[in-house]
Design a protein around this ligand. Structure first.
Ligand code: ATP
Ligand code: MG
Length: 265
């Protein structure tokens, strides 16, 4: 492990890991050519509290990338910075455009979907009305109601039910689907599996893979290692507002030091 230039935080970078046999250069290892999302030297603040200290992170086109770490390390803040919801400096380029400095309401229409931790649904509207609102008055994108209902048949059964009476898992599915109705290129999704039963966690994993099959990119903020390791091409680990590891799930699995130091509780 080499110290980061000029900094104190150790950074384990697996960029020079040998390519796996058969892999056309270990695309999963690190720096992505022409990434869809490129975060560089991101600092973020809540008032005087300096929470992110120079985060670098990329998401390639069609990749699922996970951002892992313990409670309070700055994962959600990173997601909020992408969405223009927190004071930040540095650079966040999405599809060739700088996002920093834009207002939150300008960012989603550029093609970034955001599913926050809070799982917001409109409780007094039906499932179907919630989905319709996801279109944000724009023309229908590549996703139809039927796609949602096929992925989550439970939502089809409850299409005329008020969202407020759905179970936590159903509300999570609805939030995911509503975001998709806005036809994003990238989905930033913050702890989608929190508090969900194992079966529903599997549904969420299937859903994210389906998004990937359709060409979307996903930045998954997670605390559960298992799901992240299973579906991601690359993972980042955050500690104290810095990236302390980036690499493939395999390289993280092999790196007991990083897991002990920064992930296991
Ligand atoms: N609105 C806020 N005002 C002030 N401080 C905040 C605010 N939101 C988060 N923080 C602080 O910023 C730090 C990073 O928080 P963040 O929400 O990014 O953590 P996290 O990695 O998502 O972890 P978790 O989701 O488990 O809380 C924490 O110390 C947290 O207390
Ligand atoms: Mg969080």
């Amino acid at each position: 492990m080499k110290p980061r230039a000029g900094g104190q935080a150790p950074l384990d970078r697996e960029s020079r890991a040998p390519a796996r046999p058969g892999a056309p250069r270990d695309a999963a290892a690190t720096a992505v050519d022409d990434p869809l999302l490129r975060i560089a030297n991101l600092h973020a603040y809540y008032g005087k509290s300096h929470v992110l200290h120079g985060v670098d992170l990329q998401v390639g086109r069609g990749e699922i990338v996970s951002l892992l770490g313990r409670n309070g390390v700055g994962r959600s803040t990173t997601a909020k910075a992408i969405m223009g919801l927190v004071d930040a400096t540095g650079s966040i380029v999405f599809g060739g455009r700088e996002l920093l400095g834009r207002k939150a309401y300008e960012i989603a229409p550029l093609g970034v979907g955001y599913v926050p931790e809070s799982r917001d649904v409109f409780p007094t509207l039906t499932v179907e009305q919630n989905l319709l609102l996801g279109q944000k008055g724009r023309r229908p994108g590549r996703w139809r109601f039927d796609d949602m209902y096929r992925m989550f048949p439970r939502l089809a059964e409850r299409r005329n039910t008020l969202a407020g009476v759905l179970s936590g898992g159903e509300q999570q599915m609805l939030t995911l689907c509503r975001t998709l109705m806005g036809d994003p290129e990238l989905i930033v999704i913050d702890e989608p599996t929190e508090g969900l039963a194992p079966m529903i966690v599997e549904l969420v994993a299937d859903y994210l893979r389906e998004l990937q099959r359709r060409g979307l990119s996903v930045l998954l903020v997670e605390q559960k290692l298992a799901i992240a390791m299973r579906i991601s091409q690359r993972v980042y680990v955050m500690g104290h507002g810095r990236i302390v590891f980036e690499g493939t799930p395999e390289s993280l699995r092999a790196n007991e030091h990083v897991r002990r130091e920064w992930l296991e509780v």
